[in-house]
Design a protein around this ligand. Structure first.
Ligand SMILES: [Zn+2]
Length: 119
């Protein structure tokens, strides 16, 4: 049996600029364009991914606040066996909000959300 993937990347787009209050992190203006979020679930990966695609849910993680914003469309979900932080660091793009999704990060990623540019 191969190792079960526990890392995932959510590729999504934002149709138009939107201002989102990301829990206690603050309120930020997100430009329209393409984004990728890298996360992991040591257990129940598929349940986590279903949750990420649900628009109705109790907002818990930083990414929840952004994914439930108007104009956000999930484009692709990739699963990986690579470590969350190494995969994130190997992903291009820029950091739109410092500290986003990186509360538990001990690898100096700076953010687990990357902005990949305009649509
Ligand atoms: Zn990290």
């Amino acid at each position: 049996m191969p190792a079960a993937p526990c890392t995932y990347q959510l590729h999504f787009t934002l149709d138009a600029p939107v201002s989102v209050t990301v829990g206690k992190l603050g309120t930020f203006a997100f430009p329209a364009g393409r984004y990728v979020y890298t996360g992991s679930a040591k257990r129940n990966l598929e349940a986590r991914l279903r949750r990420h695609q649900a628009k109705e849910k109790k907002l818990k993680w930083h990414i929840d606040y952004l994914l439930t914003a108007p104009g956000v469309h999930m484009r692709e979900i990739k699963r990986s066996e690579e470590g969350e932080c190494s995969l994130n660091q190997a992903t291009g793009g820029t950091i739109p909000v410092a500290g986003f999704g990186a509360s538990d990060c001990r690898s100096g990623c700076g953010s687990h959300l990357k902005y990949l540019g305009r649509l």
